[in-house]
Design a protein around this ligand. Structure first.
Ligand code: GCB
Length: 609
């Protein structure tokens, strides 16, 4: 028995090592700033619920057999009439990449499982360059093959990953095959239980990037914590000649400074600055920043601002701000499906602007890099989050490693975005010692990777008589008192909710991460009738009465900008698989509460002038 247990353990350790060993570190910072070929477009696909393309009939993976052949990743085509091949990508349907599959075929609306996707592309690899195959996101588990050979595996539906394909490209035609599997599992991040659609597939850009053999892998160019007069950061080279002079210049600010990287390719950057046009939502100034080594050079657009808390205040560039926010999912209600491009993203952020927001909560997982860049440009501060949501397997070390990886990948990707002011380590997680430990370690991870931003989580409340109490062992470790509360919806109602008072023990800025009510767009009744626009409208009015009584109130992100799809929402008439808490309906129509929130934000804007 013991031997079997031991063998089993070894197998687990080996497996986790394999997955880890295959997942990629040293992500290219600023992928869009690189010379690249887009592999976006129509990809042929095969729906494979029994994983015929992955396992032989004895359930052994083809890619672990002696030849490594036999799977769909070989992309075979019948050559003579006697040949038996039971699949054919070229004759199979195609879908748009980036794009979730659920929104692209009726057959796939509720599909959870494996789909194979194939794309062909032409390459002309040069001897003195390196190549990376980059995926913005694949939900959830991706096995990636290039020209029939496995590149590796990635888990996590919302963070980017890449493979070094130098020497693996053919001059002329190449093909890439992705096995994407969006099956939910208890031990993954997120777990089986969420309140959003489990959109599967290659949901973000696929790019083939070309860099010199010694290249600028990563950099951080940001103001030091709370210091408007010093840029602090690093540059990181990778490749063959890692020790070089690297020059950082911001021509518009008259800045030009050189550093020398060490043998590991790293150099610390410290640049004193006199006067910059600091980034604010009102004036979202971005500077062109150039980083140039001996052969590689990259340009970025970066804003400079500080963010801190002091007592109950949130200070942006030293000045107290009120976060006029709204929560949103990475979903276009009009398709409905994941946001597929800049047009979709602009639509969402423009709606937030029409609410007079200066802030958005990108719930409940990392949104795309483009979205965050757009927030930089449009002047919206951002709460960025990882899908550590509800009932995670707190005691499983592999689950923790996965959560930590997703958080790190998010911070590594977005650390130069001035819009991002808060890293959130999770949402509505139930209190327990293992959970406190797990989340506490995530807080430390965030702080060790980036000490210039605030770290928070969307906590829960509990009720004690007519007191709404926020008490969470994690609270001491966080910069904000941030929590979800559903007064008037999940507890109490529009009439009685005003009898409740908030009892907040921390002397920190209070940011309400969620409140809200479902309303079916266009359904009108009196304000005590559930699902009516009037109920939602009154709930918002009463929330403002309750919340403005909190002395430390410094912001909020009501739930949510638009109606969104969720398999949990099954009322056949009012929901029909939609969460109706949107201020905008699934046809893009503003509900009554939209205007109430806008009026409140107009007021708050005046108060914080
Ligand atoms: C919450 C969750 C959010 C749900 C929302 C709801 O507290 O954080 O993901 O969608 O409530 O509508 O119940």
């Amino acid at each position: 028995k013991n031997r079997i247990a031991n063998l089993f353990l070894t197998a687990i350790v080996l497996c986790s090592f394999l997955v880890k060993g295959l997942s990629q570190n040293n992500m290219l910072q600023n992928i869009y700033g690189r010379t690249h070929l887009s592999l976006n477009g129509r990809w042929n696909y095969i729906i494979d619920p029994y994983e015929m393309g992955y396992y032989d009939y004895r359930h052994t993976p083809f890619d672990q057999s002696a030849t490594g052949k036999g799977g769909f990743y070989d992309d075979r085509q019948q050559k003579d009439k006697g040949e038996l091949i039971e699949y054919d990508f070229t004759l199979s349907p195609n879908m748009k990449v980036p794009g979730d599959w659920n929104s692209q075929s009726d057959k796939l609306e509720f599909y959870e499982g494996t789909i194979w996707l194939r794309q062909k592309f032409k390459a002309d690899p040069k001897a003195n360059k390196k190549y990376f195959l980059y995926f913005g996101a694949v939900n959830y588990e991706a096995h990636v093959y290039l020209n029939g050979k496995k590149l590796g595996i990635h888990k996590g539906g919302f963070t980017p990953f890449q493979f070094d394909v130098t020497g693996k490209l053919t001059k002329g035609e190449n093909f890439v095959v992705v096995k994407a599997d969006n099956t939910r599992h208890q031990d993954e991040i997120p777990t089986v239980n969420t309140d959003w659609w489990n959109y599967g597939g290659i949901t973000r850009d696929v790019l083939l990037a070309e860099v010199p053999t010694t290249y600028i892998a990563d950099y951080k160019i940001q103001l030091a914590k709370g210091n408007l007069n010093r840029i602090e950061g690093f540059v990181q080279l990778a490749g063959v000649e890692t020790s070089q002079t690297v020059t950082i210049s911001i021509p518009e600010a008259g800045i030009r400074q050189s550093v020398v990287t060490d043998a590991k390719g790293r150099a610390v950057v410290t640049i004193p600055v006199k006067k910059l046009n600091y980034w604010t939502p009102e004036s979202p100034k971005l500077y062109t920043v150039e980083i140039a080594g001996a052969v590689d050079k990259i340009t970025d657009r970066i804003g400079f601002r500080t963010i801190e808390t002091k007592g109950q205040d949130i200070l942006l560039n030293g000045k107290s701000v009120f976060l006029r926010g709204i929560s949103l999912h990475d979903e276009n209600p009009l398709i409905p499906g994941r946001l597929r491009g800049q047009g979709d993203m602009r639509m969402m952020l423009q709606w937030a602007k029409e609410l007079n927001c200066n802030y958005v909560r990108l719930a409940h997982y990392p949104h795309s890099e483009e979205m965050v860049r757009l927030a930089d440009e449009m002047g919206l501060m951002v709460w960025a989050e990882v899908p550590v949501y509800w009932t995670i397997s707190w005691e499983n070390p592999a689950t923790f490693a996965n959560a930590q990886q997703q958080l790190s990948d998010l911070i590594i990707r977005d650390k130069n975005r001035s819009s991002v002011i808060i890293w959130s380590v999770g949402n509505e997680t139930p209190l327990s010692d293992p959970r406190n430990l797990f989340m506490g370690k995530l807080v430390s991870t965030a702080r060790s990777l980036d000490d210039t931003r605030l770290v928070a989580a969307a906590l829960e409340i509990h009720r004690n008589g007519s007191n709404v109490v926020v008490e969470d062992p994690l609270g001491d470790k966080l910069d904000l008192v941030s929590f979800n509360e559903y007064a008037g919806w999940y507890w109490s109602n529009t009439k009685d909710m005003l009898n409740y008072k908030f009892d907040i023990k921390y002397n920190k800025p209070v940011v309400i991460t969620e409140f809200g009510a479902d309303a079916l767009g266009g359904y009108h009744a009196d304000d005590e009738t559930r699902w009516s626009e009037e109920y939602q409208e009154l709930l918002y009015k009463n929330q403002f009465t309750m919340l403005t009584a909190i002395s430390g109130l410094r912001g909020m992100t009501p739930w949510i900008l638009t109606d969104f799809r969720s398999p949990r929402r099954q009322h056949p008439y009012f929901q029909d698989y939609w969460n109706r808490k949107g201020l905008i309906s699934e046809t893009g129509k503003k509900k009554k509460a939209f205007h109430i929130l806008k009026a409140f934000y107009d007021d708050m804007q005046n108060k914080y002038k």
